[in-house]
Design a protein around this ligand. Structure first.
Ligand SMILES: Cc1ncc(C[n+]2csc(CCOP(=O)(O)OP(=O)(O)O)c2C)c(N)n1
Ligand SMILES: [Mg+2]
Length: 581
């Protein structure tokens, strides 16, 4: 390696070491102080980069990439408020336990706290949302170059194996470009000759020596076995193997499965034990009066349905077993009696052969029948009129989405509607959403990063306010390798609030919660050179959606609805389902 100066040397070591660790997606926002890092990035031909001017959107893009790949993306920005704009995405990544490496450039110590421009206190700026953070000194020939490599190795280990966000605040003194300074950098880096010749990282970390089995499998099995009327609840899990294992377990135990939209068991999956419409069924007093569970096996992350939370509070549970692959508490109702830190797959392997076969439970038989009834009711309601309702759009997309796409669901109604009304007879596509902090910020950018990570086109379902919140991120679609099909459900404000008790506060509801507006996305689409459709009925929606998916071009499909109507549609649908029981 040839280095122009010490800044260039350290920066090249940083980028090359990250590449050797398998990190190959660098998200960059332009700026001056970060130039040494970005020059080194441009000089390294083995890594991919993505550039966007708005650090807030870029942060969410990197987070979305990590959500799709479970590999860290690197964020690079200049000094000043640029770094602060990564914060919302850092929070979302941290709450999801996703790996993310944030490299913020900073001024040298002699310029900090001197009133010089574009300088803020960046040290530890993301506070407790980081797994690990360090303030890297300015590149200096008096500091061993091995320090740079071991710092990066440690950052990677913290991000990947400890599952979190790491922040490297990297100070640089001028020159920030390739000006030669006369330092003998060949001699300075002689100790790295072995590293140059190899292709691996300097320090290799080996995690978790030994089998990843449970420390006391017998105790887990005994407690699981003591459950008489069990319920399996599934949040976000890893993949197809885990899905199959869960279905086998439910088959064996006869316990019904409540699977969240993010679980991968909700779309394109049919099995007698899968209760797709459990959220709707839990509104029926008739059904509720017949349900009585004494134990829950909760696999993976939390689930979207609030009704499940309300329901489970009413059950006299002897056991609530939660299996999750990280150590954070995930128990807002303080019900968990046994918490297992494990991947679902490892947990299932331990259980294999130890679970006794039982007949399908009474609850399972009842819920299975009710599930079919609910499916018929939703189908007939949506067939019966041509009006493009929000639940209707969710159902249409779930049925029409091509198998090789991903689906990203915005907070707040789009993810709920898909969870409640999606047709399970469509394709089993990968689903994601920002349920870490449940923000309506950065959704377009997250979906774009998710698409890059998946290496597939993505359909994004988003409300109008969440869309307006992240307009800047439409600019990144031009450089996205795959199309983003954005279905905007424009109900002229915050539709979710009509479902909440605050809707009764008539004096200020519209102004402070509903936030009515008459903006549409037609001119927005034109400004960002995106295709645009505004279908008025179901048939034209279907046509527009199929056309957009085929076109492989990023498209906005805007559906105009109304908040008051939306509330009524949800109520009528629910009534129709209940009437059939
Ligand atoms: C960053 C952020 N600000 C505010 C909120 C509170 N909030 C939750 S949903 C919502 C309204 C969303 O409106 P829209 O995107 O149009 O979706 P709709 O509810 O109409 O489906 C707001 C403001 C939030 N979750 N995140
Ligand atoms: Mg809205």
């Amino acid at each position: 390696m040839n280095f122009a100066n010490i800044n260039n040397c350290w920066s090249m070591l940083i980028i090359e070491e990250l590449h050797r660790l398998g990190v190959d997606y660098f998200c960059v926002a332009p700026g001056s102080r970060s130039s040494p890092l970005v020059i080194a990035l441009a000089q390294n031909k083995n890594v991919k980069s993505f550039v966007h001017f708005d650090e807030r959107g870029l942060g969410f893009h990197a987070m979305g990439y990590a959500a799709a790949t479970l590999k860290p993306a690197v964020l690079i920005c200049t000094s000043g408020t640029a770094a602060a704009n990564f914060f919302p995405a850092v929070i979302e990544a941290s709450k999801k336990k996703l790996p993310l490496i944030v490299l913020t450039a900073d001024r040298p110590p002699e310029l900090r706290q001197t009133g010089t421009m574009q300088t803020i206190d960046q040290v530890g700026i993301y506070g407790k949302y980081t797994q690990w953070a360090t303030d890297m000194p300015c590149p200096d020939i008096h500091i061993k170059p091995e320090f740079v490599l071991t710092s990066i190795d440690q950052a990677w280990y913290q991000a990947v194996h400890q599952r979190g966000v790491v922040h490297i605040n990297a100070m640089f003194r001028e020159p920030l470009t390739l000006t030669k300074t006369g330092d003998d950098l060949k001699r300075y880096t002689t100790a790295l000759n072995g590293w140059y010749k190899s292709s691996g990282p300097y320090t290799r970390y080996v995690a978790g020596v030994g089998p990843s089995g449970l420390s006391d499998p017998a105790a887990v099995i005994t407690r699981l076995d003591a459950i008489k009327n069990g319920l399996i609840v599934v949040g976000k899990i890893a993949g197809d193997d885990e899905r199959q294992m869960i279905l086998q377990l439910s088959q064996k135990t006869g316990w019904p499965v409540f699977a969240d939209i993010s679980s991968g068991l909700r779309l394109g999956m049919d099995h007698p034990n899968l209760i797709h419409y459990f959220d709707q069924l839990l509104t029926s007093d008739k059904i509720l009066s017949q349900l009585s569970f004494d134990g829950v096996l909760h696999l993976g992350g939390r689930i979207t349905s609030k009704r499940y939370d309300e329901f489970i509070r009413t059950q006299k549970l002897a056991e609530y077993i939660m299996v999750l692959n990280h150590s954070l508490r995930n128990d807002p109702d303080h019900q968990v009696t046994l918490r297992v830190q494990s991947s679902v797959a490892d947990f299932m392997k331990v259980l294999k052969g130890h679970i006794r076969s039982r007949k399908p439970s009474r609850a399972q038989k009842l819920l299975f029948k009710a599930n079919r009834v609910a499916d018929g009711a939703i189908e007939s309601f949506l067939k019966g009129n041509d009006y493009l309702s929000e639940p209707g759009v969710a159902r249409l997309v779930s049925r029409l989405i091509p198998p090789l796409q991903g689906l990203f669901l915005s907070n707040s109604m789009p993810i709920r509607d898909m969870d409640m009304y999606a047709d399970f007879k469509g394709h089993a596509v990968v689903v994601n959403g920002n349920r870490g902090a449940s923000g309506i910020d950065g959704i377009i950018a997250s979906a774009a990063g998710f698409s890059s990570g998946l290496g597939k086109p993505v359909t994004l379902m988003i409300g109008d306010l969440a869309g307006l919140h992240d307009l800047n991120s439409l600019a990144m679609l031009r450089d996205l390798p795959f199309a983003l099909i954005i279905v905007v459900l424009n109900n002229g404000g915050g539709g979710i609030f009509s479902f909440l008790p605050v809707a009764e506060f008539h004096e200020g509801f519209e102004k402070f919660w509903g936030m009515p507006h008459s903006f549409t996305f037609a001119n927005t689409a034109a400004a960002f050179e995106l295709n645009y459709h505004q279908p008025m009925d179901k048939e034209s929606f279907e046509k527009a959606y199929i056309k957009a998916c085929k076109s492989q071009t990023s498209t906005i499909i805007e559906v105009m609805t109304g908040r008051a109507d939306n509330l009524k549609v949800h109520q009528s649908l629910n009534r129709l389902i209940l009437d059939r029981f």
